[in-house]
Ligand binder design. Structure first.
Ligand SMILES: Cc1ncc(COP(=O)(O)O)c(C=O)c1O
Length: 395
């Protein structure tokens, strides 16, 4: 009964193992989810009360596909603080940035179009490209940076339709594409008329004061509104993932096609949820919350790093991300992270093996550890358990 496409997609063994993480006693470093204890329930409660006190019947009514105007305006005003100048009319509200990726996929890609992605990249984007039957190719790197000469040669050869990038504290690596490299990529994409999809759910969670300019902003400066960068971000990691709110910022020439695609998909994003977010931003609560999140996640990152250093020593190497939620790690060569995960399930600790984030030639000794949910005690215990599991598969 299933279409060929759906029939070909199977649940991965990793997904099966991660099911255990919900069981009592488990420590999960697997979920790419924000800290439940950091969701500002009181703030959300008071915003909802304000909305209802004003007898806003309209918030329970259908809305327009592009999104509620107060939210589009609040996002535009708020984005300016981080150096991104947007007209509210350029903004389209989505059900999380996952829907943003889906919409751009539908509007730009056809079977066999080539999408270039970082190595490694966000698993659920890879899954969407699979549905479209696009051909996914990984960018080539020189040291830690994208090799721009190889990129230019690839773009010049033709067939590339889209560059999908998570340039600030990416998932799974926590990596950053630096400003100079961003400008070069924008110019190349413009020269070869390739769409850049800039997926930015983590950029607001920076632990240092260093700021990167968005691809969207760089492209606007270089080419006015005649550019090909589609920016997307999300309220999931800075406010609440359960409200399912994200947004796209687009050059005008793409806007109508994407509005039509969203209309066909789900008409519009929840009206009430959009008003909650609009007030949460305009009241300034969001900035207070983000400041708290940054402090908390930086501390949790350090707890996890300390624990890994203490209990695993040189058996594991990792980066030190300047923001976001993930530690990207490598085990000593020859140790397979999926094999380690099996042993870790016995020890009641789980993570995501890095291999799932690669479009080709996976690094089998890589793993992603999320620190967003950790306490100091749990971070320490996670290290103890992983070390025991490692011992078990090494002996
Ligand atoms: C890189 C990236 N893009 C998009 C998403 C989807 O987020 P949401 O749909 O909750 O906004 C995630 C979630 O983890 C992500 O890591």
């Amino acid at each position: 009964m299933l279409s060929k496409k759906s029939a070909a997609i199977h649940s991965s063994p990793v997904r099966e193992l991660l099911k255990f993480s919900k069981e009592p006693g488990f420590i999960s470093l697997a979920g790419g989810i924000p800290a439940t204890d950091m969701i500002d329930v009181e703030g959300i409660d008071s915003v909802i009360k304000e909305i209802l006190a004003e007898d806003h019947r309209d918030v329970f009514q259908y809305s327009v596909t592009e999104g509620e105007q107060p939210l589009r305006e609040s996002i535009a005003v708020w984005s300016k603080k981080s150096g991104l100048t947007l007209d509210p009319q350029q903004i389209l509200i989505t059900n999380g940035s996952q829907q943003g990726i889906d919409l751009l996929n539908r509007v730009f890609l056809e079977k066999d179009d080539v999408v270039l992605v970082e190595r490694p990249t966000y698993l659920a984007a890879l899954q969407l490209f699979d549905y479209t039957e696009a051909i996914v190719e990984e960018l080539v790197y020189q040291d830690e940076n994208i090799d721009l000469a190889v990129l230019e040669t690839r773009l010049a050869a033709g067939g590339v339709k889209m560059l999908y990038l998570i340039p600030t504290f990416g998932n799974p690596t926590g990596r950053v594409i630096e400003n100079a490299e961003r400008a070069e990529i924008v110019k190349l994409a413009h020269r070869y008329q390739v769409v850049i999809v800039e997926d930015d759910p983590y950029g607001h969670l920076a632990f240092t004061t260093e700021r990167r300019e968005s691809f969207f902003s760089l492209a606007q400066k270089l080419y006015g509104d005649d550019h090909n960068v589609c920016y997307m971000s999300s309220f999931s990691k800075i406010f609440s993932p359960g409200l399912r709110l994200g947004w796209l910022a687009l050059p005008e020439k793409f806007l109508m096609a994407i509005i039509v695609a969203k209309q066909a998909l789900d008409l519009h994003t929840s009206t009430l949820n959009q008003h909650i977010a609009a007030r949460y931003i305009s009241s300034g609560r969001i900035d207070e919350r983000i400041a708290l999140l940054k402090e908390t996640y930086e501390q949790r990152r350090d707890w996890l790093i300390e624990s890994l250093q203490r209990h695993l020593g040189d058996a594991i190497t990792f980066n030190r991300p300047e923001g976001g939620m993930f530690l990207w790690c490598h085990l000593k060569s020859g140790i397979n992270a999926s094999r380690l995960l099996e042993a870790c399930v016995m020890e009641k600790v789980v993570f995501v093996p890095g291999e799932v984030f690669f479009a080709e030639n996976p690094e089998l000794n890589s793993l992603r550890l999320s620190y967003s949910m950790l306490t100091q005690e749990r971070a320490n215990e996670a290290g103890v358990r992983i070390a025991r599991a490692l011992q078990a598969i090494s002996s």
